[in-house]
Ligand binder design. Structure first.
Ligand code: PMP
Length: 448
């Protein structure tokens, strides 16, 4: 056997070679079909192999694929910035384009810090995040992320940013129950601000619905309104990390639209180009840009590929496709059907503790005991085993475990918005089988 050169996620694991994708299906070079029920990493929202996107890509490539943004602007980048601003909650945003979700959150953080510097508030340079969160893998983004597994190796190099409790009602970190809790998790922000001092805090960052760090955790009603009020009162900018929730995924164009809150900055990625090219963005509200426009007139960040016309043209085509095919509404309707089917299936399976989510960002959390919600010991690797079993059966789902000690196992189910009812039924059938098979193995050999 010849030696390998490509570094893959797990070095001794065998990965099938992809051949092509069409709609919600991916096909490997052995002809095996997979239902892409995770849209890759919750990315391929409009499905694979969409001809309109390929056409837009070729058309732009025929003109110019790349220009450097300090030399030229381009029509696709200008149009995309305006389009995103029109779609975003409250409108009136500027856009700074980057290439990944991590760059988007990190850019948003830098712009928030610069905003305060331009106002002469040099001390406001910390970002509050939640203990259960994922905002990206680069050092700045990881500093803002509550994800134990991904941080562990680099802790000495990360910024010691403050954290608050997540709005995780299934396992309330404050041992309370909604609505009697009166949103104590949101008020934890107030406590943190008092401890650190608002004069040291530039921003608060949150995923509207927590994704990889816990699995489609939807906040209780009123949570974000309270959080935004606390942020505004303390002169703290609110960054919505919509890298996973943005662009139709939750049945709204932006996740924050469910909660009636207008963020000061928004990070986008993944679904923005639906995986057809790398593309991401930090959207920045007018009032955040204002002191920068009056002051240094330049944002101290950027990447070689920022705002490249090729990716911008692809994203524009993706947004046009979503509008033309009414995929925001599709994600809402299909999401409620799939959630219903998953709940019905889970009722019969002892180890499913919770089924949750919004639109087509759904998740299941697994427990060894439903009544006391006891998680499985992490050594059992329940999440990986369910994912592996589903994979063998031709179904792709996404892990959401390992973020916080003691939280346990969860998977995300987030198919493309073009999935049909039949395909959703097939998805649920395979998932049902996979979970039952893993459950049978576990109860027999390891738990007893
Ligand atoms: N923020 C959120 C909410 C995410 O889900 C992710 C990716 N899972 C990121 C940021 C990082 O994005 P990327 O992997 O493109 O750097």
């Amino acid at each position: 056997m010849t030696r390998e050169h490509l570094i893959k996620p797990v070095l001794d694991h065998h990965y099938p070679t992809i051949q092509y994708g069409k709609g919600v299906f991916l096909y490997d070079d052995q002809g095996k079909a997979y239902i892409d029920a995770s849209s890759g990493a919750v990315t391929a929202g409009i499905g694979h192999g969409v001809q309109e996107i390929i056409d837009a890509m070729l058309e732009q490539a025929g003109k110019v694929s790349f220009v450097y943004r300090s030399q030229f602007t381009s029509e696709p980048a200008e149009k995309l910035a305006k389009k995103l601003s029109d779609l975003a909650p409250g409108q009136d945003y500027w856009a700074f384009f980057v290439n990944s979700g991590s760059e988007a959150t990190e850019t948003a953080m830098k712009i928030a810090i610069q905003h305060w510097q331009e106002k002469g508030r040099q001390g406001k340079n910390k970002v509050i995040s939640r203990r259960m969160s994922y905002h990206g893998i680069t050092m700045g983004a990881l500093s803002m992320s509550g994800h134990v597994l991904r941080r562990r190796r680099f802790i000495p190099l990360l910024e010691d940013f403050p954290v608050v409790v997540p709005p995780y009602c299934y396992r309330c970190p404050l041992n309370k129950t909604f609505p009697d809790c009166k949103l104590a998790c949101a008020d934890d922000m107030e406590t943190a601000i008092k401890r650190i001092g608002a004069e040291h805090i530039a921003a608060f960052i949150a995923e509207p619905i927590i994704g990889a760090a816990g699995g489609a955790i939807v906040p209780p009603e009123g949570y974000y309104k309270r959080i935004k009020e606390i942020c505004d009162r303390n002169e703290i900018l609110f960054i919505a990390d919509e890298v996973m929730t943005g662009i139709a995924r939750t049945g709204a164009m932006f996740g924050m639209q469910h909660y009636g809150v207008e963020p000061d900055l928004i990070a986008l990625g993944k679904g923005m180009s639906a995986g057809y090219t790398p593309m991401a963005a930090a959207l920045v509200k007018d009032h955040v840009m204002e002191p920068i426009l009056k002051g240094s007139k330049s944002i101290m960040s950027g990447h070689t590929y920022s705002a490249n016309p090729q990716s911008a043209a692809v994203s524009l085509a993706v947004l046009a496709y979503i509008e033309e095919h009414q995929l925001v509404r599709a994600a809402e309707l299909k999401g409620s059907y799939l959630l219903g089917q998953m709940r019905q299936m889970a009722d019969q399976i002892e180890i499913v503790g919770d089924v949750r989510g919004q639109g087509l960002l759904l998740a299941m959390e697994f427990v060894s005991n439903r009544t006391n919600k006891l998680p499985f010991p992490s050594e059992l690797g329940i999440t990986s085993r369910i994912i592996e079993k589903s994979f063998q059966k031709g179904l792709l789902v996404y892990p959401a475990s390992g973020a916080v000690e003691g939280v346990g196992d969860a998977i995300i189910v987030a198919p493309p918005f073009v999935i049909t009812e039949e395909e959703m039924d097939q998805l649920v059938r395979i998932l049902d089988e996979s979970i039952r098979e893993v459950m049978a193995q576990v109860t027999r050999s390891e738990l007893e």
